[in-house]
Design a protein around this ligand. Structure first.
Ligand code: ZN
Length: 411
């Protein structure tokens, strides 16, 4: 998170307090605060790592699923064909295939497999907390057909190679800054192929555009294209190949990139990772998921714009904090956060709250704001922090370092 562009709020003043209830000592008193006393944290409370950038702070581990509502990634689809309409699926068939493809690709996102490599690993299995939706515009269904003899073909080899060319994307993309545009293209015609040219299912991610070839000619089923879609969308969401490069993850070992396990030599066991080339592509590691969700939660990331901004909608189902928690990594909350009596919540990074939402600190609960940024990312105002008191038992809010509270509704 880069805070350079913001003026820091100076902390240290007891803030504005509005008493919503006043009465005798055993009743619940509620105060709303917009600024907080600063207290120096002890050494072991302070973060020693880069809490807001560490990919693993964004991994949707099973125990923190409540903090990772399923994000919805917008996709639309284009079928490129020749003007005589002989080089791709018909309109009806294409629409049916897109629906099957989306269903299968989403099913795979919900059935993450255990990593094959390294052999004997105990890498945790976490579920990706995102899914694809077909994004339509006002007057269409998000599936488009283009008949264009010049731009319809795809070639990844030889004289006519154009796999990295973006002309077709530039000409036909719809809503490219907020939607992943998937282009299904035929391979170049036979007379333009070199002898070694292979007509296979293949893809390339170019910005928010994605070119996939070979769907029509190979007759592959949608479920066979789904792994390719997940791989290429993985690139768009910020992942790199894992077999031969430093992909920023320690839990994706470099490997010979074998298509399948042969039980011998280099390929005793093949990788099953989605970002290698293999006959599975069904495993995402905690670090890979962390990298994706870090982009989703980065206010300035292009990937965040591909999501339906569900975090702008207030949900009445509050998030209850019953046990001590430390929040590393930025988060976009959908609801009130209630820190229950006896629990402590420490926030270390950016947290968005939707319009009307509050953070409530019950009597005997503690909220620790450690150089964090609480705001509304939807151009609206959230409700601020409410501290409750019952008798001698008080909710406590303390802060450390540069804490920013913004977009709080005025009384
Ligand atoms: Zn790739």
């Amino acid at each position: 998170m880069n805070y350079r562009y913001f003026a820091w709020m100076s902390i240290g003043v007891i803030g504005m307090i509005s008493l919503l209830y006043t009465s005798c000592s055993r009743k619940l008193l509620t105060e709303r605060i917009t600024q907080i006393d600063q207290v120096e944290l002890s050494k072991n409370q302070k973060s020693t790592t880069n809490a807001c950038r560490d990919a693993l702070a964004y991994t949707p581990y099973p125990e923190s699923q409540a903090l990772f509502p399923t994000q919805r990634v917008r996709l639309n689809f284009h079928f490129l064909n020749t003007e005589d309409k002989t080089n791709n699926y018909s309109i009806d068939k294409s629409k049916d295939l897109v629906k099957q493809l989306l269903r299968n690709a989403n099913l795979r996102l919900k059935t993450n497999h255990k990593m094959n490599l390294p052999i004997g690993n105990d890498t945790p299995v976490c579920l990706p907390s995102y899914e694809y939706i077909l994004q339509s515009q006002d007057d269409d269904d998000g599936i488009y057909f283009h008949y264009d003899d010049e731009l319809c073909f795809f070639a990844n080899k030889g004289k006519f190679r154009n796999n990295y060319n973006t002309d077709v994307i530039e000409k036909y993309a719809v809503g490219l800054d907020t939607i992943i545009n998937v282009f299904f293209m035929p391979h170049i015609p036979e007379e333009k192929r070199s002898k070694s040219y292979k007509v296979t299912r293949t893809g390339v991610a170019l910005g928010n555009g994605l070119k996939i070839a070979g769907f029509f000619e190979t007759g592959k089923q949608p479920w066979e294209i789904a792994t390719l879609l997940n791989h290429e969308v993985g690139h768009i969401l910020g992942l790199r190949h894992s077999w031969n490069t430093n992909d920023g993850c320690e839990d994706t070992p470099r490997n010979p990139n074998c298509w399948s396990s042969k039980g011998t030599g280099n390929c005793t066991v093949a990788s099953n990772n989605v970002m290698d080339y293999n006959n599975s592509q069904m495993a995402w590691t905690p670090c890979q998921l962390g990298l994706i969700h870090r982009q989703f939660n980065d206010q300035y990331a292009t990937q965040r714009k591909l999501l339906v901004p569900q975090w702008c909608e207030y949900s009445s189902k509050a998030l209850l904090i019953h046990e001590d928690q430390v929040w590393e990594g930025a988060k976009d909350m959908h609801s009130d956060i209630i820190v229950k009596s006896g629990a402590a919540l420490m926030i270390k990074c950016r947290v968005h709250l939707p319009q009307g939402a509050m953070i409530k600190v019950e009597p005997g609960a503690t909220l620790i704001l450690d150089a964090c940024y609480l705001h509304n990312d939807c151009g609206m105002e959230w409700g601020g922090i409410e501290v409750m008191t019952r008798g001698k038992k008080k909710g406590l809010v303390i802060s450390n370092g540069d804490v920013r509270l913004e977009n709080i509704v005025a009384d």
